[in-house]
Design a protein around this ligand. Structure first.
Ligand code: HEM
Length: 134
């Protein structure tokens, strides 16, 4: 087996991360068409407009986090079971954070749904730091 061969989940987080950044750019293009309207979604400072912006930024930022995780996997002193859990938790966080932001933007006021991205990202980050220390 060639030395450059990586486990499947390593590449999964990297590819997923790049796809998130692409989704952020596509979303930015959609926003770019509309933001010239002064009162798009009620104006720049409204909750709906801020949540759409946050979804756009979260996609890009959590995409980068997924890529970085994929690149750190080789340095983690953890079992492959734990690494799979972290990998999955980072993906859940990157999907659910922008999804929650967009749901809030559509007038839902169930802020408790943010427990999903916050919880999964916290688990993923704590385990990653632990794995790098160990
Ligand atoms: C072709 C790609 C992109 C386009 C066309 C685009 C477009 C936009 C637009 C129109 C807004 C303003 C939204 C509003 O008025 O409410 C915005 C905000 C923002 N975008 Fe993008 N975006 C792109 C890519 C990105 C990427 C890759 C990132 C992060 C790495 C990013 C970070 C931000 C940030 C931080 C804001 C908030 C700025 C503020 O509130 O002052 N954008 N983007």
């Amino acid at each position: 087996m060639p030395l450059t061969c990586q486990p499947e989940w390593d590449v999964t987080n990297e590819i997923f991360g790049w796809a998130c950044i692409l989704a952020s750019v596509v979303m930015g293009l959609w926003m770019g068409v509309r933001f010239q309207e002064e009162n798009w979604l009620g104006g720049y400072g409204t909750l709906a407009r801020r949540m759409v912006r946050l979804a756009h930024i979260a996609l890009a930022a959590l995409g980068i986090v997924n890529i970085e995780f994929g690149r750190s996997i080789g340095e983690l002193g953890l079992s492959s079971g734990l690494v799979h859990i972290i990998s999955f938790a980072f993906i859940v966080g990157a999907v659910s954070m922008p999804a929650c932001c967009l749901l809030i933007a559509t007038k839902s006021r169930r802020f408790e749904m943010f427990a999903l991205p916050i919880g999964s990202l916290t688990v993923a980050l704590v385990l990653t730091i632990w794995g790098l220390l160990g």
